[in-house]
Design a protein around this ligand. Structure first.
Ligand code: GRF
Length: 207
């Protein structure tokens, strides 16, 4: 039976598109993207979801005046409705720009992953590619990790290194990293769905 995926987005949606392409082309197996939830209305990620015939929900942060906890409870309810619970399915943060409450993270503990555009634990938080450039590293990359309440700090599932070139600016480095993100995130999802990931403390044992 296919694993139900809930993908949380906020904007451009290129990682969502990579997941949906991978499912459509049969590179990502036993997965059904059951819902795409956006924290903003009118974003490209929602168009992509609709193009692939995936149900969407919008919980617009700008117009909803809930507390963080109330907001996250709406998300939990919506995910449950689409078959994603504390014991089934997977939640993927693909460019979701909100920090989730500990309650949400606990609910989906071990079934909640995020993609970050740097080699964690370096350059957590926003503008990771710019942070890497400003620091002067020669190699950066991307990381898929399980989510814990502390931002960008959970057990690492997979990483991919990307060379930083002398003449890179934030845009060129971000583009090069993004191309790798589009391979890495479907790969991490496939490992999860195939039952090949085991969390052992800080570590993820693969295989
Ligand atoms: C990606 O760089 C991802 O690593 C970060 O947010 C960006 C989302 O891009 N968390 P997109 O919306 O998937 O195009």
């Amino acid at each position: 039976m296919a694993c139900d995926l809930g993908v949380l987005v906020s904007g451009r949606g290129s990682n969502l598109e990579a997941i949906l392409d991978s499912v459509q082309e049969g590179r990502l197996k036993d997965v059904r993207v059951s819902v795409v939830i956006s924290s903003a209305a009118g974003v490209r990620a929602l168009e992509i979801a609709r193009k692939f015939g995936v149900e969407t929900e919008v919980f617009d942060v700008g117009s909803l005046k809930q507390s963080r906890l109330e907001y996250d409870r709406l998300l939990i309810e919506s995910l449950r409705k689409h078959g994603i619970t504390s014991s089934t399915g997977l939640v993927v943060l693909a460019g979701f720009d909100r920090i989730l409450t500990a309650e949400f993270v606990r609910e989906f503990s071990g079934r909640l992953m995020n993609i970050h555009p740097a080699l964690l634990p370096a350059f957590r938080g926003l503008h990771a590619q710019k942070q890497a450039l400003d620091y002067g590293v020669k190699v950066s990359g991307c990381t898929v990790h399980f989510v814990v309440p502390e931002v960008d700090s959970g057990p690492i599932i997979v990483q991919k290194a990307v060379e930083v070139k002398e003449d890179d600016d934030e845009e060129s480095l971000s583009d090069r990293i993004l191309r790798e993100e589009h391979q890495l995130l479907p790969k991490a999802i496939q490992l999860f769905v195939s039952g090949e990931l085991r969390i052992d403390g800080r570590k993820v044992v693969v295989g």
